[in-house]
Ligand binder design. Structure first.
Ligand SMILES: *Cc1c(COP(=O)(O)O)cnc(C)c1O
Length: 379
C-alpha cells in the first residue's frame, strides 16, 4: 500500500506535485538503461499509458516516452511531426497555448493563432471557419486543461471538426491526462502529450506522447531536432526497448510505482473523484473566507483554481505566499494576463483533509495581514 508523503510541505501547485513516500522510495535503486528489468518496466509503462488513454496498439495507437518535462514532449511533437510544407493552427486562451505558438515561431513552423479571452473557451465554430478560410493549415494544436486558469477547453468538439476536415490534431493534455476523461477517437486525436509529474503523480523527468501510429509513421523525414525526434524515439523503443539517449531511470521507476498506486486507488475514475472532492472542499472554503474565483463555475475544471487577489489595501501576495509557506503550505502565483490572481492546485497526493488544513492556514494568514473580507454566500 502507498504511504503518505512524509515531511515536505504539501504542494498545491500544477507540478511538480506532492507524491507518496512509496513513489519516492521506488527511486532508491540504480538500474542500468540496458537492464532487462528496466526495459520490461518501460514496456509495461507504455502499455499502461495506452490503457489509461483508452486505446491500444491493436487499434493503431502508440505510447512514446520522451526525456524532459512536458514542454519537451510538446516540442518533440511539433518539431518532428509537422511537415515542412505544413501549417499549424494554435488555439490559445492562456499561457500554455501561447507557449505552443512561441515554439512554432522558434521552430519556424508557419502558424496562425486563434486567440480568445482567458476566461472563455474557444468556439468550435470559429475553428471551423478558420480552417475553412485557410486551407494551408495541416495541423491544429489545442490545450485540454489550460493550467493558466484551470479552464477546460472543448477539445472533443474542436478535434472532431478538425479531424473531419482532414487536419491532424495535437492535444496538450498535460494537466488533464489521467484525471479528465478524453475519448481520443471521438476527439480525432493524432498526438496527445502529457508528463510524469501531473495527474499520474510521478516525479518530473519525462513526458509522453500517445499517438496514432499511421500519423507517426507518415512523419518520417520531418524532424527538425535529433534529440526530440519522436519517430526515431519510437523506433528505438520498438527495436530494442531502449531510449536512444540516457533515460531518466529513477523517474521511470517512480512512475512505474505511481501507476501501481493509480490502479490501487481505483484507476482514473477514482483519481478524478478525489480531485473533485479536493476542488469542492477548496472552492467552498475559499468562498466562505471571501475569495472570488477568476472563472465562472461552469468553465472551471477541478485540476487547479485561479482566485482573484482580494480588493483590500492590506493584501499583498508576496506576504500571503510567505505566511502560508511559514505555516507549511505551497501555493502558486497567477498567470492570467488581465487580472491579479493566484492559483491553488488540487492534484498530487492530496486529500480533502490537506485542503482543509490549507484553508485554516489561509484564514490565519489573511487575519495576520489584517485582511478582512466581506463574505458572499457560497454559489
Ligand atoms: C505543466 C504544463 C505543461 C508543461 O510544463 P513543463 O514546465 O514543461 O512541465 C504544458 N502544458 C500545460 C497545460 C501544463 O499544465
Amino acid at each position: 500500500m502507498s504511504l503518505p508523503a512524509a515531511h515536505d510541505k504539501p504542494l498545491f501547485t500544477p507540478g511538480p506535485l506532492t507524491t507518496s513516500a512509496t513513489i519516492k522510495q521506488a527511486m532508491l535503486r540504480d538500474l542500468g538503461s540496458r537492464d532487462v528489468e528496466f526495459i520490461a518496466i518501460v514496456r509495461a509503462i507504455r502499455s499502461s499509458l495506452l490503457e489509461i488513454a483508452g486505446v491500444s496498439t491493436m487499434d493503431g495507437y502508440e505510447a512514446i516516452l520522451m526525456q524532459g518535462s512536458g514542454t519537451f514532449g510538446i516540442e518533440s511533437v511539433l518539431s518532428s511531426t509537422i511537415p515542412r510544407d505544413g501549417k499549424l493552427l494554435v488555439i490559445a486562451n492562456g499561457a500554455y497555448g501561447e507557449r505552443i505558438a512561441k515554439m512554432a515561431a522558434v521552430l519556424q513552423i508557419p502558424h496562425t493563432v486563434l486567440r480568445c479571452a482567458e476566461d472563455t473557451v474557444p468556439a468550435p465554430d470559429e475553428v471551423r471557419d478558420q480552417l475553412g478560410n485557410d486551407p494551408q493549415i495541416t495541423d491544429v494544436a489545442v490545450v485540454h486543461c489550460e493550467t493558466t486558469t484551470g479552464i477546460i477547453n472543448p477539445v472533443t468538439e474542436i478535434g472532431f471538426i478538425a479531424g473531419g476536415m482532414g487536419k491532424r490534431v495535437i492535444v496538450d493534455s498535460m494537466s488533464g491526462f489521467g484525471a479528465i476523461p478524453l475519448d481520443l477517437r471521438a476527439a480525432s486525436v493524432d498526438y496527445l502529450i502529457s508528463s510524469a509529474n501531473k495527474c499520474l503523480e510521478g516525479v518530473p523527468g519525462f513526458s509522453f506522447v500517445v499517438c496514432r501510429r499511421t500519423s507517426l509513421e507518415a512523419s518520417d523525414g520531418n524532424a527538425r531536432s535529433l534529440s526530440l525526434d519522436l519517430l526515431a524515439q519510437w523506433r528505438g523503443l520498438e527495436t530494442n526497448g531502449q531510449f536512444r539517449f540516457t533515460p531518466p531511470t529513477h523517474a521511470i521507476l517512480a512512475f512505474h510505482q505511481a501507476l501501481v498506486e493509480l490502479a490501487q486507488e481505483g484507476g482514473i475514475a477514482a483519481r478524478a473523484q478525489r480531485y473533485q472532492q479536493n476542488y469542492r472542499c477548496l472552492v467552498d472554503g475559499m468562498a466562505k473566507l471571501g475569495f472570488e474565483e477568476y472563472l465562472p463555475r461552469d468553465l472551471q475544471g477541478y485540476i487547479i483554481t485561479s482566485f482573484r487577489y482580494p480588493e483590500h489595501p492590506q493584501f499583498d501576495f508576496e506576504q500571503f505566499y510567505s505566511l502560508l509557506n511559514e505555516r507549511g503550505f505551497v501555493i502558486y502565483p497567477g498567470k492570467v494576463s488581465n487580472a491579479d490572481c493566484f492559483r491553488i492546485g488540487n492534484i498530487g497526493r492530496l486529500f480533502p483533509s490537506d485542503v482543509r488544513a490549507l484553508l485554516g492556514a489561509i484564514a490565519d494568514s489573511i487575519a495576520e495581514m489584517g485582511v478582512t473580507l466581506p463574505v458572499t454566500s457560497a454559489r
